[in-house]
Design a protein around this ligand. Structure first.
Ligand code: PLP
Length: 399
């Protein structure tokens, strides 16, 4: 009889493939996949047929999530990464960014995207020109002057919630010979599918709305078939793979993404309108409010599956005459609303840009981008909107 030591290693493993199909995708942690015939292993390694051999090259659970995300984006392919930032790096490399290349990017893009371009890629010989993507004349002029490899923009910016006119930006960039990367983290495929408007790559932080429960860190690049081989090949070298455990959670997250987004959008509109009427609030930024500078663009571009305009779950507002001390007291008084650095969760989350996302900037630099001492960002969760409003009311009105 085989030794207990040997049986302990192999017993129960690699049972014959069953003829039943589980309803949901299993989590496949295996790093290595076996084939009876070396011919099959050879074919998989040579990409002559589909299959899995080693986890950094692909994984069945992660692949299931990629298939699902590509489906929701009406796209050919999605590739996933260990974080949204890893996905952004992959998209930039796949778009052809290399030493000597020029990039045009939104000035108010996500902080780590800004420093990736302005510091890490700059050190590698890439020059980035930052522009106000809501000023199409400025974008056109900079594209003409710099002939960049790629234009990088976000659908809705953080924390001022400016809306990018994606179709117009795609036209300008393509006319200048540049590819377009759209970070659609704030919109998700519920509100916008940028590839339908001609974008070349969509980047998601899966960590946010797609995961949705504050328990996944991940990213995705969604694109056309033409870019698949390059991205797949690069991922083998980058090694920033999305884990099957987290892909399983993200796949679960996708199932309720439309339900959650419907609630995020409806509640955010209600909360933004309430904030706008509050005497202690000097200003509200929400694309769904008629006074928002890109309200018309947003109404046309951002549509829920029922064809109605919807504007996402992010709101920011300025507490009237508040300095850092007053804002900190407001954050501490909030009970239902949590102060956390993420967004897009089922939980409502507050963030103070001066203390968190825009901490590294001087007050003068912050003023230049329109971020004052009294500005607070709210990621509206899926709790009952009346409860969210009640908590805002007590936190705002206590002093
Ligand atoms: C969070 C975020 C990222 C980075 O994603 P990680 O998953 O944290 O790496 C990129 N873009 C936007 C718009 C984000 O909100």
């Amino acid at each position: 009889m085989t030794s207990l030591f040997t049986r302990a290693v192999h017993a129960g493993e690699r049972l014959p493939a069953p003829d039943y199909t589980p309803t949901t995708t299993p989590i496949h942690p295996a790093v290595t996949y076996l084939y009876d015939a070396m011919e099959d292993l050879d074919a998989v390694l040579g990409r002559a047929r589909d299959g899995f051999v080693y986890r950094r090259y692909g994984n069945p659970t992660t692949h299931a999530f990629e298939v699902a995300l590509a489906d929701l984006e009406n796209a050919d392919v999605a590739l996933t990464y260990a974080s949204g930032m890893a996905a952004m790096v992959a998209a930039l490399l796949a778009a052809g960014v290399q030493a000597g290349a020029r990039v045009v990017a939104a000035r108010d893009c996500y902080g780590a995207t800004y420093t990736l371009l302005d510091r890490l890629l700059k050190e590698q010989g890439v020059t980035t020109h930052f522009v106000d993507v809501t000023n199409l004349d400025e974008v056109a002029a900079v594209l003409r002057a710099t002939a960049p490899t790629v234009l990088v923009c976000e659908t809705i910016s953080n924390p001022l919630l400016k809306v990018a006119n994606v179709p117009a930006l795609v036209n300008l960039a393509h006319a200048a010979g540049a590819m377009v990367i759209v970070d659609s983290t704030f919109t998700t495929p519920y509100l916008l599918r940028p590839l339908e408007h001609g974008a070349d790559f969509v980047v998601h932080s899966v960590t946010k709305y797609i995961g949705g429960h504050d328990d996944v860190l991940g990213g995705a690049v969604v694109t056309g078939r033409v870019h698949e081989a390059r991205l797949t090949d690069q991922l083998k070298m980058l090694g920033a793979n999305f884990s099957p455990f987290e892909a399983w959670l993200a796949l679960r997250g996708l199932k309720t993404l439309p339900l959650r987004m419907r609630q995020h959008c409806a509640s955010a509109l209600q909360v933004a309108a309430w904030l706008g009427a509050h005497p202690r609030v000097a200003q509200v930024n929400y694309p769904g409010l008629p006074g928002h500078p890109q309200h018309a663009v947003a109404a046309q571009l951002l549509q829920a599956p029922d064809g109605q305009s919807a504007y996402g779950g992010m709101v920011s507002f300025v507490i009237r005459d508040a300095g850092q001390a007053q804002v900190r007291r407001f954050l501490e008084r909030a009970r239902l609303l949590l102060t956390g650095t993420s967004l897009g969760d089922v939980y409502s989350l507050l963030l103070y840009p001066v203390m968190a996302s825009h901490r590294a900037l001087t007050p003068a630099q912050r003023a230049l981008v329109g971020i004052g001492e009294g500005l607070v960002r709210l990621s509206v969760g899926i709790e009952e909107p009346a409860d969210i409003i009640a908590d805002l009311a007590q936190a705002l009105e206590a002093d």
